[in-house]
Unconditional design. Structure first.
Lengths: 441, 443
């Protein structure tokens, strides 16, 4: 095994995301060491021509408006069906050729080829020619179409993806994919990507929550979390010896109470759930039996709404918010170090179960999230939420059963943890310390 | 427990398999004899008729399930009557349901009086797996003890008498949720024993679970060809089973067993499986067993389709379609075959509990609200996964096997679900202090 530093001192790649939901940005920010901390947002960077900015803005607004309409009766359903259609992922079985381009892909390629979407970005990046790591397909297609010479890597951000992630003519494309899981590899093959351009790495997770090859941070946090998640010792009775073998002796718990973190998605949908959790846990919060962290992301309106509800109930609840994405991600990651249970829709955060976090799943939004939910259930790291209005009952039933400790453990054991390190090694063209994870389809 | 001495009456009903399968596992309590409350020697004609009416309604509606619109509608109405209300928030759910009142109406007309009076002459404890039988015994003042075994992971109000506070029925709860649910229906805490579902002793091997462990290791051998699961869990397995037992040794071909449930409603799934696995069955690289219970028609149906698919020569070799003459033969034959079953595919009926034997369950669609709960429980303990399209089982099942996921479910089922229910129940009925550890309350 070759050991080498992952503290990168100079920019060795461009890391490119888009400002649209959190999934693409979160992955990019976790890879920012490759670019010495800088993430280029393809639809919102300094010096971006107004015409191009306008094109991206309209595209993004359409998506978010439709997503936000979700709770509205009838209209919401129709709006969401439109979004869903654009993101359709066909049934995986039977395995068959799925390389026929879809309408959303053709539309994106029309913008790139005919209207020059991304051309300016390519010109800007060419001033410093480095490998490009894109967490959204459109910048990757733009780079390829407009003749960017350096290697182009693409990081899909869900456990299964639509055809729109692969070029019109996959055989003639040189984009290489860094895949979070085995299903993605198999899926991209159906879309026409050749084997030699597919790399199973695992989703890029924040390095500050792992702590390098020895996993110093991760092991400390998971060990403490497992103890806190198993107040009756049900899980430890079954897995205690193994936990000790992996993490060492049982740690002394810090004084903080059991902590649940509820994260709202980028479009602000499902904010109601946060309010319901807050209301249901009111008494436990007051008694400091439990702590709730509400993640409003970059949504000021959501943060203010949560603040109002907390004040109305007379409880103190930390609310994680920042106007700035980079700051939000940083604060979110800090909050995760003190989180015992992560409650979220099965977005890209589903992969965070690999950090030994049990995930309570809010209803999935969109086909890719439905598959993330299946993947999460399959690895055993997550469980679907019960009625959030009665969180104060079922959450503690699950806790006392040891089930959440088990989910934390399974997530840690089954889901790949070292995606960021593997990706860094591949992009830098060096042998990785970590062998590839098994191909779990 | 000695098979010679009868210490209780074990009573089921001849209606579906859920109640009867549980009773069959407890037959040692009654020296091997299970009484069917709706079909015993000397049952009065009037009694038999009352039972038959309710059975016919259930089976006809179940069979109608695959019929578009009408089937769903009929089933929805039946399901509505049997509906299990949401568990949260915990609240008083003791108000009797319509179905419960109907049950009592028949008992008031004399249903079951004959059986209870006969048994009352030698009032050994009654251990029944069907609520009506317990109500009958309670109603007619049976002098012995009355135990009722719950056969799903969550149950409707009609499992508890009209006035639970005045009843002497004691419950053997299959899981924590059942125990909690019974309390919401008004059963006193001290009337409920959390035992786990009664599983066949010949698949367990005593409190040390020797047979389960041996069968499971052979199963893991077939289910983890890439050793993905084993490489991750080796230390845990060795620590639990001991190094000597922790051997991956192939004892039988990879075997999938499909149990056709719902009064045959899901027999079409069996055809899809056969067709999808055709090449592997011909090559003998997998063994498929289709268990249709006592329904001879199902056996004929499968044999006919197997021949149409060119699988005639595989019958009796890689394709097994066993037929049975009696329920006893069926239960025994099914249990025997489970030793060599690597994956059990079934709707989430009482067979969900069989994951505790270290058997991963591929879940066919649930029929009825209690089966939806069974599915949630099965997934919660990590012992089962909903089936993908059975037409392509040839692909997805092997993807799951090759990724070690099926082996992990076998292990999870064994570790998380209660295996020793039968022994706990035997000890309680015999009035013995049990040496078996108490179950944690997993709600």
């Amino acid at each position: 095994m070759q050991v080498h530093s992952h503290n990168l001192r100079t920019a060795r790649a461009h890391v490119i995301d888009v400002d649209m939901g959190y999934g693409h940005s979160r992955a990019a920010h976790n890879l920012k060491d490759l670019s010495r901390g800088e993430v280029v947002t393809a639809n919102n960077y300094d010096g971006m021509p107004i015409a191009e900015r306008e094109l991206w803005r309209k595209w993004r607004e359409g998506y978010e408006t439709l997503s936000r309409l979700r709770p509205v009766p009838i209209i919401g359903k129709i709006a969401f069906q439109i979004v869903e259609h654009a993101q359709t992922i066909p049934d995986f079985y039977p395995r068959r050729n799925l390389s026929q381009p879809t309408l959303p892909l053709r539309e994106a390629m029309h913008l790139i080829v005919k209207r020059g979407l991304g051309k300016h970005l390519v010109e800007a990046l060419e001033r410093r020619p480095l490998p490009a790591v894109c967490t959204h397909p459109i910048p990757a297609f733009s780079l390829e179409t407009h003749g960017y010479k350096e290697p182009i890597w693409c990081v899909p951000t869900d456990a299964d993806v639509a055809r729109a992630w692969v070029a019109l003519e996959p055989k003639n494309s040189r984009i290489r994919y860094l895949c979070a899981n085995g299903r993605l590899i198999e899926r991209l093959k159906r879309y026409g990507v050749s084997d030699d351009r597919l790399f199973l790495t695992g989703f890029p997770l924040p390095k500050e929550l792992i702590g390098g090859i020895k996993q110093a941070v991760l092991k400390h946090d998971v060990s403490e979390r497992l103890t806190r998640l198993d107040p009756q010792g049900v899980f430890f009775e079954r897995y205690g010896k193994e936990v000790q073998r992996v993490f060492g002796k049982k740690k002394q718990l810090s004084s903080r109470p059991l902590t649940i973190t509820y994260a709202v998605g980028g479009a602000g949908a499902q904010r109601e759930i946060g309010k319901q959790i807050l209301t249901s846990l009111e008494r436990s919060l007051r008694r400091k039996e439990v702590r709730l962290i509400l993640i409003a992301g970059t949504r000021r309106d959501v943060a203010e709404e949560y603040q109002r509800v907390a004040e109305h109930l007379g409880v103190h609840v930390p609310i994680v918010f920042s106007d700035n994405r980079a700051t939000y991600f940083k604060r979110f990651n800090q909050a995760l170090r003190e989180t015992d249970i992560l409650w979220t829709k099965p977005s890209e955060l589903a992969f965070y179960t690999a950090l030994g976090l049990p995930i309570i799943m809010a209803p999935p939004l969109g086909r890719q999230e439905e598959f993330n939910a299946i993947w999460l259930s399959y690895v055993g790291g997550g469980v679907h939420q019960e009625d959030p209005r009665y969180t104060n009952e079922w959450l503690f039933d699950w806790l006392n059963s040891g089930g959440l400790a088990r989910a934390a453990w399974q997530g840690y054991v089954q889901a790949p943890t070292h995606g960021t390190y593997r990706i860094e090694d591949l992009v830098l063209g060096r042998e990785s310390e970590w062998s590839p994870p098994p191909l779990i389809v | 427990m000695s098979k010679q001495k009868q210490i209780a009456y074990v009573i089921d009903v001849d209606m579906g398999y859920g109640h009867a399968r549980a009773a069959w596992a407890l037959k040692d309590l009654a020296n091997g004899e299970v009484i069917s409350a709706n079909n015993y020697k000397g049952i009065p004609a009037n009694d038999k008729e009352l039972w038959q009416t309710s059975r016919k309604v259930y089976e006809t509606i179940s069979r109608l399930k695959p019929v578009p619109i009408i089937g769903d509608l009929a089933f929805a109405i039946m399901d509505e009557f049997q509906e299990i209300p949401a568990f949260y928030p915990r609240r008083d759910l003791s108000k009797p349901s319509f179905q419960l009142k109907q049950i009592y109406r028949l008992i008031e007309k004399g249903q079951g009086r004959d059986l209870i009076e006969r048994l009352g002459k030698n009032p050994l404890p009654i251990v029944t797996t069907f609520f009506t039988v317990a109500f009958m015994a309670d109603y007619y003042g049976y002098p012995g003890k009355i135990y009722l075994v719950t056969t799903d992971t969550d149950i409707a109000r009609h499992w508890v008498p009209l006035e639970p506070e005045n009843s002497k029925i004691k419950y053997f709860a299959a899981n924590g949720r059942c125990k909690e649910r019974l309390q919401l229906y008004g059963v006193a805490k001290d009337q409920i024993y959390l035992t786990g579902f009664p599983l066949p002793k010949d698949l367990i091997g005593g409190a040390k679970e020797g047979i389960v462990q041996e069968d499971m290791m052979a199963r893991i051998c077939n289910l983890d060809p890439q050793e993905i699961f084993y490489s991750r869990y080796e230390h845990v397995i060795v620590s639990r089973l001991g190094k000597a037992k922790c051997v991956l040794k192939k004892t039988h071909p990879l075997t999938l067993t499909f149990s056709v449930g719902g009064a045959g409603a899901q027999k079409g799934i069996g055809i899809d499986i056969m067709e999808s696995l055709k090449a592997r069955l011909k090559a003998g690289t997998i063994r498929l067993a289709l268990f249709g219970g006592l329904r001879g028609q199902v056996v004929d149906f499968y044999e006919e389709h197997a021949r149409k698919l060119g699988l005639g020569k595989a019958i009796g070799k890689s394709l097994l379609i066993p037929s049975f003459k009696t329920r006893q033969e069926y239960f025994q034959g099914f249990n025997d075959f489970l030793h060599e079953t690597d994956v059990l595919m079934t709707k989430p009926s009482e067979l969900s509990f069989y994951t505790a034997l270290g058997i991963p369950i591929v879940i066919a669609p649930p029929i009825g609200s209690q089966e939806k709960f069974n599915q949630i429980w099965l997934q919660y303990v990590g012992g089962g996964v909903p089936m993908a399209n059975p037409k392509y089982i040839d692909e997805w099942l092997f993807d799951w096997i090759n990724s070690g996921g099926m082996a992990r479910m076998a292990w999870n089922g064994y570790v998380e679900a209660p295996t020793l229910g039968t022994y706990r129940i035997e000890d309680i009925v015999a009035g013995k202090k049990s040496e078996i550890h108490a179950l944690p309350l997993i709600v």
